[in-house]
Design a protein around this ligand. Structure first.
Ligand code: SF4
Length: 243
């Protein structure tokens, strides 16, 4: 912990682990895995693009009811039928196309994401040598962007790839440590350059940032007075004390 240090005395190499320590002490371990098993994790990562998880749950329930909770089943379904099943998640024609593309990828390269391999402590069966290698391969699949690729690498393959979402960006920006290049990869490097490459820790850190953004560093009217990062945060310092 940093004690009485102020942001002026801390560089990202100190801040990134410090933020983790404080959020963990405040919110406690999140123990968070999205979805139930590798299929649901990956399908969920695709379906959650531009929508809330509650809508994803409805789409997944439809897939479950249609006995289509596997990549071979997705592959066998006509695209129009699949689109109707995932309709609750929005952009359903585009998402059906993305699911079909990923099903084709799994038929060809399923060895890189062997079922059940992704939980912490379980070495990925047939996984490539590094998270970056797998990430690069996933980015070549239709509909898989950086955040979805990192969701898959981290949560389905259990390999260390830090996930950046809008909650993470909000906190980083308000703390005044946003990278000069506002690209996804630059935000990711801010964390990966200053943390050991450890998938369970990346998972925990991401979950803590999301919890903090939802409960304290909210989009409107952040509760800076209750924030454990207040003395590190130039945004919080500029807000009235009552906040
Ligand atoms: S002090 Fe306020 S703005 Fe800064 S991280 Fe905390 S809640 Fe967000």
């Amino acid at each position: 912990m940093s004690g009485a240090q102020t942001p002026a005395h801390l560089v990202p190499a100190q801040l990134v682990p410090e933020i983790y320590d404080r959020l963990l002490a405040h919110h406690g371990p999140q123990g968070w895995w999205p979805g139930d098993g590798p299929f649901e994790t990956i399908a969920g990562a695709i379906l959650t693009q531009n929508t809330a998880w509650t809508n994803v749950e409805k789409a997944l329930a439809n897939l479950r009811a249609a006995e289509a909770m596997s990549w071979p089943a997705i592959r066998a379904l006509p695209e129009e039928q699949l689109a109707l099943l995932v309709r609750p998640s929005g952009y359903f024609n585009a998402k059906a196309r993305k699911l079909k593309a990923f099903a084709a990828f799994m038929a060809e390269r399923g060895d890189v994401l062997a079922a059940g391999s992704g939980r912490p402590g379980g070495a990925p069966r047939g996984a490539p040598g590094s998270a970056k290698e797998l990430r690069a391969e996933l980015l070549g699949v239709h509909g898989i962007g950086p955040e979805t690729a990192d969701d898959i690498v981290l949560y389905a393959a259990g390999l260390p790839s830090f996930v950046i979402d809008s909650y993470t960006r909000r906190i980083v920006d308000r703390l005044g440590i946003a990278p000069d290049a506002h690209s996804y990869e630059a935000y990711q490097a801010l964390f990966e350059d200053h943390l050991p490459a450890d998938a369970p820790a990346y998972n925990e850190y991401h979950a803590l940032l999301d919890a903090h953004a939802k409960s304290v560093c909210t989009k409107r009217e952040p509760r800076c007075g209750a924030c454990v990062l207040l003395d590190l945060c130039p945004t919080g310092a500029q807000r009235p004390p009552a906040q």
